[in-house]
Design a protein around this ligand. Sequence first.
Ligand code: NAD
Length: 356
Amino acid sequence: MKIAVLPGDGIGPEIIAQARLVLDRLGESFEIEEAPVGGAGYEAHGHPLPPETLALAKSADAILFGSVGDFKYDTLPRELRPEQAILGLRKHLALFANLRPAICYPELTAASSLKAEIVSGLDILIVRELNGDVYFGSPKGIRTASDGLFPGSREGFDTMRYSEPEVRRIGQVAFTAARKRGKKVCSVDKSNVLETSQLWREVMIDLGKSYPDVELSHMYVDNAAMQLVKAPKAFDVVVTGNLFGDILSDEAAMLTGSIGMLPSASLDVNNKGLYEPSHGSAPDIAGKGIANPLATILSAAMMLRYSLGMEEQAQRIERAVQSVLATGLRTADIYTAGTTKVGTVEMGLAVLKALG
Ligand code: NAD
């Protein structure tokens, strides 16, 4: 199985190095090839997503991505900025399903801003549609209003739209994931106001008939935002569109305390995927050897589960991470009094040791 590894910028190379060691330790015969992306791609080939890197990503079974971006590229034209690499990969590889687990390990409850009893043991999965919705719907633009409250003034406009097949395929990802977890899907929409959401809900209800073993519920997005902080453990899988998912997945991420712990996956229709930590390139700590590599290591575990069909190895990594946390080792972002502070490499080594 071929894995494209794209370390990127900032802390990307540091955390990817630890994830690679973990993959090596599994003793599987992966073919692993690295290529520059983001600012590193721009430095090497004049583009954040060089053609060679894109070709490698296309030819691989899965992509392990570090992070991209640095403030020194802020003055470049938009199409040359590092972040364009992510958008380009999503588009070229048709990655439409974003999976973000939010797990609050009991050992880390103190790092969450919510009360321990609300988040301890939390394990939910946000499934966000990534290719459609108001972000990509046309027409969009800025024009002079011909009607509305202030005719003749400038107005911005976007188009929210979802076709039935788009809703169906993201729904299928959510129901399939739920079958392997707590067997509950909560579909989040705003069907009391939006036609797009009305269609979304109809399709989800119809799709739910094919998954009788999974309990389907519906929630308006404003209520979902409240319930996520009030009683997050009531959720199992949450499925929603691009706009609502953008906001809710960040909200769910914060329940767990640290962005340094959160993996993510973006999948195409064949379950080929790009796996990356939910955080950015953290230029403020790059090169200091203190970044938390666990989100990237857990992203590698997701890659084994969703794209490479290696559930057992995925669980091995997840168990190793949990056992390291149980020993009290913490990188600076998750450190609390009474635990032991370690750097990126020490944390990676501890996971290797736990893997045996
Ligand atoms: P960020 O996620 O990089 O950092 C936010 C804060 O979290 C910082 O204080 C950072 O030190 C900390 N942090 C992040 N990851 C950490 C880790 N693994 N261990 C410990 N601490 C960690 O977000 P930002 O500062 O807003 O953005 C920095 C750059 O990253 C920007 O150029 C932005 O565009 C880019 N970015 C890239 C991605 C991506 O590659 N997918 C995502 C988000 C932001």
